[in-house]
Design a protein around this ligand. Structure first.
Ligand code: 6GP
Length: 839
């Protein structure tokens, strides 16, 4: 770009700079005004970052107007409201999304162009808000978008972590390294500090019982929770909801007593520990007890956030002057997994100790306010907190948990007299050294409804981990809401060309089908239209080139774009089986090597992409990354095969990277051991963008196949009911790998022999397969390889493949998160849309 003043059109700058009455369009004026005042920068040295900041502030002004209107109409109409409590909100970038939701993208494109900037370049300056680990956090973000777009009075509550999910680096040997993510460094235009909205949150101290279930909690440490508000614009509506994130601060800057005593260090230490609460997102998903260090801080995060959120919700409710018993008529709180379960004893504490209700009154309110969503059946992910830790940090809450447990177990005993094993299983307290509080049990008995996130998962919840509770409370409390994704970000924003083609083809306003996604079914009738197929395919090709360009500019590697793009992007976890994928890649490599050059030419060239982070202490998952990186190195450099097989591990997976990868995929892999992936949501994103699915019969894959037709997906592997038996056989009747699965054995032995460097490094990973193979790689390998071959074969018939691609997109209507959030609103919360008038 030009370095000297002015960039862009001199006259445009001049007229906007001169004075407020200048005859320049409002957007340009507002951007230039922010350059001069908010940023205090000179027009002549404005760079892309400055232009991004000014544009963002100008968009924020629009959002704030709508935000105020929305909050005003909620206050006036006083509807029942819903609150989504989530420790994670994986929002990604905001500017592009806000522009699209406001319908201002083209106007801003023109305006920044006149000022000498390209909208793509400035969008690229925004850092992701990465306050989440994976699926659970991204789901929360999609639900906020859908809540605002369907005009629901829905607020999110979370924590304002100073550091989001770590930045992933790959060392020369192929190891994952973690660096901090100081995402707030350049200041964040999308948040509004609300220093006046703050609450004092207590920890430690001592609790006394006062009889009648009541108590008093005093002393300890008090920390301040300060609100930061993030605007959540709806698509094509004026509704702009709120995501309120809490930041922790010392109640006083320093402790005067220690200061006077000359104990400077202690004074500073107390303020340090208050700041620490919201300093960092815990980078583990699907684990609650694997990492002992820092556990107390995690518990403090959970309490800090739930207590501040509840105090805020109750203050808002009380402003209406209604009696507290009417709380369930005005408030529904969705618990995103068990992380916010302390809200249950906290609300009991408030109702008993502060509102002076009796136990029955309080419990009846609590159990009509809360709703609990479970996101995994993996046993290691079920949260448990050591009783002594809760007793130390939250002494009053432990008393309340014991009381809840007593009344609950008495009721169980009445229904099943003498069934001690059942009592032990259902108790909130797990015996052991130390005793532990089972948060899922507490969430279930304290909630009005419990749901899983896809049909199969909800069935497994009912028949396995929560079976006793279904028997006791009746099945109607336990239901399903299949996850969804927002088609705004995951089609219109990330794949604008495809979105435009759909709009043109359906002859509908884009606002219509993006808000009623079932309408894309209209594409079906165009599968036989050759010109349409050509356009469809050309867009996929350009998306592949965009991804190749990204890889070229970030890694300096050249991806061939005439190959099939095969993508697996998600957190690294044994149950998701990235290892199966890379072993399949090696199998393909060995097979190619054994072919003659002429035979190789007949094969389908394939580029395999991986991306994803491993929890920093998850040793086996990190070994899988190392293996992928080293396989990529060998395979991509092999002159015999490099035209037919390329492998890439793209570092530092993020929402923004997903937005580039997903539209470029021909096939994506969702290959968890049957019964382990609760739903999956990226499977929906790929299919919506016309990528086909290769997967196991698991999670939402099943419902996707139901919608798009089995002939348009590639399924393989054992089914859920077989898994338990297979694991039993591995333990008690093991068959040597060489006999059971010779193809897999050959692959593993090549790794062991050092074909991919550092042979001995991989032994612990390979041993998980050689030994009890808990995730059934050896059982599913042959059918996996067969499925990959079917994918290759299908890809050769290009026309038929494109038809499959179109049919897939066309039948993804069910998976809009608008559908999902409305199911929550209608069947759980009893919350209705509130229309905010357009002026
Ligand atoms: C994830 C599930 O693993 C995934 O299948 C699902 O799509 C997603 O939640 C949204 O429902 N679970 C988590 O990320 C998690 O940490 C405790 O569960």
């Amino acid at each position: 770009g030009k370095e000297h003043w002015p960039r862009g059109e001199e006259a445009v700058w001049k007229s906007a700079l001169r004075d407020v009455d200048a005859d320049s369009p409002a957007i340009i004026k507002s951007i230039v005004n922010h350059v001069q005042t908010s940023l205090a920068r000179q027009a002549y040295n404005l760079d892309d970052l400055g232009a991004y900041q000014a544009a963002a502030l100008s968009v924020r002004d629009n959002l704030l107007v709508n935000w105020n209107e929305t909050q005003l109409s909620y206050t006036r109409k006083n509807p029942k409201r819903a609150y989504y409590l989530s420790l994670e909100f994986l929002m990604g970038r905001t500017l592009d999304n806000a522009l699209l939701n406001l319908g201002l993208k083209e106007q801003y494109r023109d305006s920044v162009k006149k000022l000498g900037f390209s909208v793509e370049d400035i969008l690229d300056k925004e850092r992701d808000a990465a306050l989440g680990n994976g699926g659970l956090g991204r789901l929360a973000a999609c639900y906020l978008d859908s809540g605002a777009s369907t005009e629901l009075p829905l607020w999110g509550y979370g924590l304002r972590y100073k550091y989001g999910i770590f930045q992933q680096l790959i060392s020369p040997e192929g190891n994952q390294l973690e660096a901090p993510d100081p995402w707030l460094e350049n200041s964040n235009p999308w948040e509004l500090p609300r220093l006046d909205v703050n609450y004092e949150i207590r920890f430690y101290g001592h609790a006394d019982r006062l009889g009648d279930g009541k108590g008093i909690w005093q002393g300890g440490q008090e920390v301040l929770a300060v609100a930061y508000d993030v605007m959540i614009p709806g698509y094509g509506t004026k509704t702009t909801n709120n995501l309120r994130l809490w930041e922790s601060k010392p109640k006083r800057g320093f402790d005067l007593n220690s200061f006077n005593a000359g104990n400077y260090e202690a004074a500073v230490a107390s303020s340090n520990s208050a700041d620490a609460i919201t300093s960092v997102l815990y980078p583990n998903d699907h684990t609650s007890c694997m990492y002992r260090i820092g556990k107390e801080l995690r518990l403090k995060q959970q309490y800090f956030w739930t207590a501040a959120s509840l105090a805020d919700i109750l203050r808002r409710f009380k402003q209406q002057g209604k009696p507290i018993r009417e709380l369930p008529d005005f408030v529904a709180i969705q618990l995103n997994d068990t992380h916010p379960t302390l809200a249950i004893p906290e609300l009991m504490r408030i109702l008993l100790d502060e509102e002076d209700l009796n136990w029955e009154q309080a419990w009846s309110i609590v159990t009509n306010v809360f709703f609990y969503t479970n996101h995994t059946v993996l046993p290691e992910a079920l949260e448990k907190w050591a009783v002594p830790l809760i007793e130390h940090v939250l002494p009053r809450h432990l008393q309340i948990i014991y009381d809840i447990n007593l009344f609950f177990l008495q009721a169980v005993e009445r229904k099943y007299p003498g069934d001690r094993e059942r009592l032990a299983r259902m108790s909130l307290i797990e015996e052991g050294q130390p005793k532990q509080v089972r948060m899922a049990n507490l969430a279930v008995i304290g909630s009005r409804k419990v749901n899983g996130v896809a049909e199969l998962h909800s069935d497994l919840v009912r028949t396995t981990i929560l079976k006793d509770f279904v028997d006791f409370e009746g099945v109607s409390k336990f239901s399903n809401v299949t996850n969804g994704i927002t088609p705004r970000r995951w089609l219109d924003q990330c794949n604008a060309e495809l979105s435009d083609l759909i709009t043109k083809t359906l002859k509908l306003e884009k606002e219509v089908w993006l808000k009623d996604l079932f309408k894309i079914k209209g594409l079906l009738e165009f599968t036989e239209d050759a010109a349409f197929r050509k356009e469809w395919w050309a867009i996929k090709q350009r998306n592949k080139e965009r991804l190749a360009h990204y890889v070229q500019t970030t890694l300096g590697l050249t991806v061939r774009t005439d190959a099939m793009f095969d993508v697996q992007i998600k957190r690294l976890h044994e149950y998701k089986r990235q290892t199966l994928n890379i072993l399949g890649v090696i199998h393909r490599y060995l097979t190619l090597k054994a072919l003659s050059p002429a035979e190789r030419k007949k094969t389908n060239p394939r580029v395999v992409f991986f991306a994803g982070k491993a929890a920093p202490a998850y040793y086996i998952a990190k070994l899988t990354i190392r293996l992928i990186v080293n396989v990529a190195r060998i395979v991509n450099a092999d002159p015999d095969t490099k035209d037919y097989l390329q492998v890439y591990f793209l570092p530092d997976y993020s929402v923004s990277l997903a937005e580039v990868l997903i539209p470029a995929s021909d096939i994506s892999q969702h290959i968890s051991t049957a019964g382990t992936e609760a739903s999956g949501t990226s499977n929906m994103k790929f299919c919506l963008n016309g990528g086909l699915l290769l997967g196991t019969v698991d999670g939402a894959n099943i419902e996707i196949a139901e919608e798009v037709g089995e002939s348009n997906v590639f399924f393989f592997g054992h089914l859920t009911p077989a898994v338990e038996d297979l694991r039993y056989q591995h333990l008690y009747h093991p068959v040597p790998l060489q006999e059971k699965c010779p193809a897999l054995h050959r692959v593993i032995e090549q790794i062991s022999a050092g074909l991919f460097n550092d042979a001995e490094v991989y032994e612990p990973l390979l041993n998980t397969i050689r030994q009890n193979d808990y995730y059934l790689l050896s059982d599913d390998f042959d059918s996996y390889i067969a499925a990959l071959a079917m994918v290759d074969e299908a890809y050769q018939d290009r026309d038929e493949w494109i038809k499959k691609s179109i049919r897939t997109t066309a039948q993804m209507g069910k998976f809009s998160s608008d559908r999902a959030i409305l199911e929550y609103a209608e069947s759980f919360w009893n919350v209705e849309p509130v229309t905010v008038k357009k002026k």
